[in-house]
Design a protein around this ligand. Structure first.
Ligand code: PLP
Length: 396
C-alpha cells in the first residue's frame, strides 16, 4: 500500500526548524517558529504552571478517561475567559464548550461539525490567514474562499475591501476571523471595525467563526476578547476555537477548546450532542493533563494572579521588542520603513521584504524567517536585535 504514496516536501516551518538546528553559526537567529521565547531564546514553563503541576501530582488519583467534553472546571473557566462572567449567551444557556487537543483539535472538530450541519458549507478566510487553517478546515470538506484583509503595500488592514467582499457573501456562509494577534500579519481589527463587521454579519445572516489562539498577547485578557464578546451579542450563532498553547505556554500538552454559541438552549443542546459525536469519531476523549493545569490555575485566586502577571510579562516583552525593533531600524538608516511593526499586535508581522531577501538573510546571516517574510517578534532579544536590523538593512 505505501508504495502508492509519494513523499511530500517538508512542511516549510518544520523544514526551517531542522535547518536552524543544523546551522553551526553561533549568531544564528530563529524568527520562524511560532512559539513565544524569552530573552534567552527559551520557551519557558510558566511558574504558575509548575505550581499547578505540583498540586496535580500530589492529588491526582486516577488515569481513567475524563469526560468527552473535558474537565468541567476547565470548560466553565474558559467560557468565562472568552465571554466574561456575565454574558447573556451564558445566562441563556446558549453556549456549549468542549475541551480539545489544542486549538488545532478545536478547529478540526468545528469543521467536521459544520460539514455535518451543511454539506455545502463555505467558509471565508482572511487573505492571508494562518497556513494551517486551510487543511484543518478544508480537509473536512468545507469550501474555502478568501476575503481581502491585509494590504501589503499600505501595511494595514484593507477594511473597505474586506467589507465589500463580505457584503456580497450568501446568507448562512461562515466567516473565519482572528480574535486578536492576527497570524501571520499582526494587524488586528479596531473596536470600531469589529462593530461595523458585527452589523454586517448580523444583517447578512453570516456565521462568524472566531479563532483566538493568543488571548492576552495583544492588550489584555478582556480587551483581546472584545470581538468574541461583541459578536456573541450581535448574532444568533457562532463558533469560537481557542488555544491555551501560547497564553499558558502549554504547547505540547495540547489544550484548547471549541465553543458553540447557538440561537437558544435547545439548539445548543442538539449542537452539543453532534459535536461530541464528531469528536468521539476523531479522538474520542481529550487529553487530561493540560486542561487540568488550566483548571487549577483559573480556579485558584493566587495561581490565577501569578499566571496573569506572567502573561502580562510575555505581552509586555513582545510589545517592547516591537518598539525596540522599529527604533533600531530608524536609528540605523531605514527611517520610517518599519514603523508599522510598532502598531501591530502579537508575535507576528510581515517584514515586507522579498522571498529572495529572506533567503539571503538565511544564507548570509543565519537568520531564519518563513518565505512570506513573517517574523516571530518574540525570537528577538537585546543580544540579537542590532544584528538582525543590520542584516535586514544590508539586504534591502
Ligand atoms: C491562528 C492560530 N490558530 C490556532 C492555532 C493552534 O494552536 P495549537 O493547536 O497549538 O493550540 C495556532 C497556533 O499556532 C494559530 O496560530
Amino acid at each position: 500500500m505505501f508504495e502508492q504514496l509519494q513523499a511530500l516536501p517538508a512542511d516549510p516551518i518544520l523544514g526551517l526548524m531542522a535547518l536552524f538546528r543544523e546551522d553551526a553559526n553561533p549568531d544564528k537567529v530563529d524568527l520562524g517558529v511560532g512559539v513565544y521565547r524569552d530573552e534567552h531564546g527559551q520557551t519557558p514553563i510558566l511558574e504558575s504552571v509548575r505550581a499547578a503541576e505540583q498540586r496535580r501530582f500530589g492529588s491526582e488519583d486516577t488515569k481513567a478517561y475524563i469526560g468527552p467534553a473535558g474537565a468541567p472546571g476547565f470548560v466553565s473557566a474558559l467560557e468565562t475567559m472568552l465571554l466574561g462572567s456575565d454574558h447573556s449567551a451564558l445566562r441563556d444557556k446558549r453556549v456549549f464548550t468542549a475541551q480539545s487537543p489544542g486549538g488545532c483539535g478545536a478547529l478540526r472538530a468545528a469543521a467536521e461539525l459544520i460539514k455535518r450541519a451543511d454539506g455545502d458549507a463555505t467558509i471565508w478566510v482572511s487573505n492571508p490567514t494562518w497556513a494551517n487553517h486551510i487543511p484543518l478546515l478544508g480537509d473536512a470538506g468545507i469550501t474555502i474562499r478568501e476575503y481581502p484583509y491585509y494590504d501589503h503595500s499600505a501595511k494595514t488592514i484593507c477594511f473597505d475591501a474586506m467589507m465589500d467582499t463580505l457584503g456580497q457573501v450568501e446568507a448562512g456562509q461562515l466567516v473565519l476571523l482572528h480574535g486578536c494577534c492576527h497570524n501571520p500579519c499582526g494587524a488586528d481589527l479596531s473596536e470600531a471595525q469589529w462593530q461595523a463587521l458585527a452589523q454586517l454579519l448580523s444583517e447578512r445572516g453570516l456565521i462568524p467563526f472566531i479563532d483566538i489562539a493568543y488571548q492576552g498577547f495583544a492588550r489584555g485578557l478582556d480587551d483581546d476578547a472584545y470581538g468574541v464578546r461583541l459578536l456573541a451579542d450581535s448574532v444568533p450563532e457562532m463558533f469560537v476555537t481557542s488555544s491555551c498553547s501560547k497564553n499558558f505556554g502549554l504547547y505540547r500538552e495540547r489544550v484548547g477548546a471549541v465553543t458553540l454559541v447557538a440561537a437558544d438552549s435547545g439548539a445548543a443542546n442538539a449542537a452539543r450532542s453532534q459535536l461530541l459525536s464528531v469528536t468521539r469519531g476523531i479522538y474520542s476523549m481529550p487529553p487530561a493533563h493540560g486542561g487540568a493545569i488550566v483548571d487549577i490555575i483559573l480556579n485558584n485566586e493566587d495561581l490565577r494572579r501569578q499566571w496573569v502577571a506572567e502573561l502580562t510579562a510575555m505581552r509586555n516583552r513582545i510589545n517592547d521588542l516591537r518598539h525596540a525593533l522599529v527604533e533600531s531600524f530608524n536609528r540605523k538608516g531605514a527611517a520610517g520603513r518599519f514603523d508599522f511593526i510598532a502598531d501591530q499586535q502579537g508575535m507576528f508581522s510581515f517584514l515586507g521584504i522579498s522571498a529572495q531577501q529572506v533567503e539571503q538573510l538565511q544564507r548570509d546571516f543565519s537568520i531564519y524567517i518563513v518565505g512570506s517574510s513573517r517574523i516571530n517578534v518574540a525570537g528577538l532579544s537585546s543580544t540579537n536585535l542590532d544584528y538582525v536590523t543590520d542584516a535586514v538593512i544590508s539586504v534591502l
